[in-house]
Design a protein around this ligand. Structure first.
Ligand SMILES: Cc1ncc(C[n+]2csc(CCOP(=O)(O)OP(=O)(O)O)c2C)c(N)n1
Ligand SMILES: [Mg+2]
Length: 361
């Protein structure tokens, strides 16, 4: 566990105290939108982004297969299509300093935090060697060592918890920033706005990341949201917003660099809306009758984040055979993760009685 902030120096207490009882009136206007420049990546960086996105895609494809074979039970929400979001964002944060929290569509976030694919796959298949000892499954995975705070099944809960993580960063003065990811559906939750208010009032180091994949289960964002330009949702709290092409890893990385600059300067939170798309159903049990196959196909053909980066790499002279070799390497890693999971034992029955809170606290 991270250190609890019991004995913070008095200076930090002063810096997070609530606004004075009679705060001065705020000025009428404030920049509502931050710039979103494209990131200028070196060739090795581009290759890293490519490999990371490919790892997430191949991992998720394998998870889908294992689910079909009955090796994964319960819920399983795949991240296929959204890889550029987590890859771009997490390539910019500092491991060991910053924190990450998300909802139940969390496998990609864990891989992008550098968590071993073996223990993630073992968790999905309910094995003792899984990162939550096989007792959490797809939606309930943690690795505090990697700054990853879950894995939450309650829609929107991670936004309040992420605001708390940001409070912790500020209180400890550890320089960290929290990335709190949530969906377009979650963005209609009441607790999101309570968190926005507090985060801006106390200038907490948090980036609120809306992964707008266009759907909340079977409901499209335009059908459920009176303001569907989600980057504007922070305006009434004076939180600047950014709308970013979440299918372009360089756009994501460029935007988050700006956001991090702003937040690390102590100016308070930023709200990023990443426009993306999920190719698969909401979860493995979703027949996806609310959209046409053509719609999905169209996004795959025109905006796939991996194909886009592949085209860019080839334009820069990377040979197709080198990209194929990379794919082979990634497939091997994923196969090994699946083998590791299948060969691991299930938890002992006695584990039913561990990690369960029975005392009062
Ligand atoms: C508080 C709460 N309400 C409802 C649900 C049921 N539910 C699970 S996922 C979901 C949709 C959320 O969609 P979105 O935030 O867009 O995330 P996405 O699945 O697209 O990643 C709903 C309503 C829940 N888990 N928790
Ligand atoms: Mg959604």
């Amino acid at each position: 566990m991270a250190k609890t902030p019991q004995k913070a120096p008095s200076k930090s207490k002063a810096s997070v105290k609530a606004a004075p009882k009679k705060a001065p009136a705020k000025t009428a206007s404030r920049a509502a939108v931050l710039k979103t420049p494209l990131y200028k990546a070196t060739k090795p960086e581009l290759m890293e982004f490519y490999e990371q996105m490919l790892l997430i895609r191949r991992f998720e494809e394998k998870a889908g297969q294992l689910y079909g074979l009955g090796l994964i039970g319960g819920f399983c929400h795949l991240y296929i299509g959204q890889e550029a979001v987590v890859t771009g964002l997490q390539s910019a944060i500092e491991p060991g300093k910053d924190s990450v929290i998300t909802g139940y569509r969390d496998h990609g976030h864990m891989l992008a935090c550098g968590i071993d694919p073996n223990v993630v796959m073992a968790e999905l298949t309910g094995r003792a060697s899984g990162i939550s000892k096989g007792k959490g499954g797809s939606m309930h995975m943690f690795s505090v060592d990697h700054g990853f705070y879950g894995g939450h099944g309650i829609v929107g809960a991670q936004v309040s918890l992420g605001t708390g993580l940001a409070f912790g960063h500020k209180y400890r003065e550890d320089g960290g920033v929290c990335l709190a990811y949530f969906g377009d559906g979650a963005s209609n939750q009441g607790q999101v706005y309570e968190s926005f208010n507090m985060a801006e009032l106390w200038k907490l180091p948090v980036i609120f990341v809306i992964e707008n994949n266009q759907y909340a289960m079977g409901t499209s964002v335009n059908r459920s949201s009176s303001e569907d330009q989600l980057y504007r949702r922070g305006e009434s709290f004076r939180i600047p917003g950014m709308q970013v092409d979440g299918m372009d890893v360089l756009a994501v990385r460029g935007a988050v660099e700006e956001a991090l600059k702003y937040v690390r300067a102590g100016k308070g939170p930023v709200l990023m809306e990443l426009k993306t798309y999920r190719y698969r159903g909401h979860s493995m049990s979703d027949p996806a009758k609310y959209r046409s196959r053509d719609e999905v196909q169209d996004v795959r053909e025109k905006s796939d984040p991996i194909e886009r980066l592949k085209a860019m790499l080839m334009k820069q002279g990377v040979k197709e055979e080198d990209l194929k070799a990379l794919d082979k390497k990634v497939r091997k890693t994923v196969m090994e993760a699946a083998d590791f999971a299948e060969e691991s034992p299930e938890p002992e029955a006695a584990e039913l009685y561990t990690d369960v809170l029975v005392e009062q606290y």
